[in-house]
Design a protein around this ligand. Structure first.
Ligand code: FAD
Length: 297
């Protein structure tokens, strides 16, 4: 019966925040963990590979035919908050802004910073998304996963996960994140928390081209420096290839002015890397993940 949730030949551009993407041979948006599990078994039975996407807010998907199944977790959005203990159980598709706003409304402190990150919880754990030195790693208790190879369901405790700057061990293993348990500080002042959350979103939208199609920061900051500053130093602000442009507001953002192709964006990434390497001797490593390229993710 679950088979109905699988569709064919889905254009992925509307599933990424930069509004670029190829066509997935098979596509599904499971609404719960059982459906998600069914999809992984379906792939195994039908000898299909699969890739997981969340909100597609850190993704460059090439404009090609993507073989196999693409699973988008955005409809897995159960969120259970115990405001007394501060324990939160959330499925992988819960959006960080929803999580952040729900925490403040329940008097839980510690997630106010996450309001401006337009990704899912699963994507945020996988990427170790954050701001400054804040990330969800601090609040994590455990993560429930499915092993893509053995199909085992496991619960991994935080101590067994390696988190570094924009890195988690999920980037190096075969585990699909299905849900997570977190803890936030209970009994906070609700009004104050809501105000802080609002202010955080405001300050983010003032500094970044938040409402234009992008995938957030393109590059990780190198040790002891800022990618945006290095790109600025190359006078690349506003530089365009096709409809892809290095944002004038924040040089570590590439924006899609309307009909940028994955190739335009990829070339822009390469131009930045070459210029910074030639002039500063620094290799800028992309933060953005790529699907359908030879690029080593
Ligand atoms: C305007 C804007 C602002 C941003 N600001 C920030 C910021 O301040 N800080 C920051 O860190 N990032 C920021 N980002 C980047 C992005 O939002 C984060 O990296 C986010 O956590 C990605 O989540 P996602 O659900 O969109 O993941 P996707 O982009 O869909 O996927 C990213 C990677 O995670 C993997 N993945 C996703 N879900 C799962 C899962 N359930 N199980 C296993 N693997 C999974 C995918 O396979 C892919 O490799 C910003 C992006 C935008 C567009």
């Amino acid at each position: 019966m679950y088979k109905k949730i699988i569709s064919k030949n889905r254009n992925l551009s509307s599933y990424t925040t930069i509004k670029v993407g190829g066509v997935a041979e098979y596509f599904a948006e499971p609404r719960c963990i059982d459906e998600f599990y069914y999809l992984i078994e379906w792939c195994n039975l039908n000898n299909q590979r699969f890739q997981i996407i969340g909100a597609g807010s850190n993704l460059l998907i090439n404009n090609i035919f993507i073989k196999g199944l693409v699973i988008c977790t955005k409809k897995m959005k159960s969120l259970i908050i115990d405001s007394n203990s501060g324990v939160v159980e959330a499925e992988a598709g819960v959006m960080l802004p929803t999580l952040s706003n729900s925490l403040s409304k329940n008097g839980l402190q510690g997630g106010e910073w996450a309001v401006g990150i337009p990704g899912t919880l699963g994507g945020a754990i996988y990427m170790n998304a954050g701001t400054g030195n804040l990330s969800l790693a601090k609040n994590l208790i455990s993560v429930k996963v499915i092993n893509n190879k053995t199909h085992e369901k496991l619960e991994i405790e935080k101590k067994d996960i390696n988190f570094e700057y924009r890195f988690s061990s999920f980037q190096n293993n075969d585990l699909a994140i299905i849900s997570a348990k977190l803890h936030f500080e209970p009994n906070g002042k609700i009004k104050k928390l809501i105000q802080t959350t609002k202010n955080n979103l405001k300050s983010k939208t003032e500094k970044q081209p938040y409402h234009l199609p992008s995938f957030g920061s393109v590059f990780k900051n190198p040790k002891n420096g800022y990618a945006a500053k290095l790109i600025d130093d190359m006078d690349l602000k506003g530089y365009k290839i096709g409809d892809a442009e290095i944002s004038k507001m924040h040089s570590n953002f590439i924006i899609n002015n309307s009909s940028a192709s994955a190739k335009d964006i990829y070339e822009l990434i390469t131009v930045i890397q070459q210029k910074v390497l030639q002039n500063k001797g620094i290799y800028l490593q992309p933060e953005v993940r790529m699907i359908g390229f030879d690029y080593p993710n």
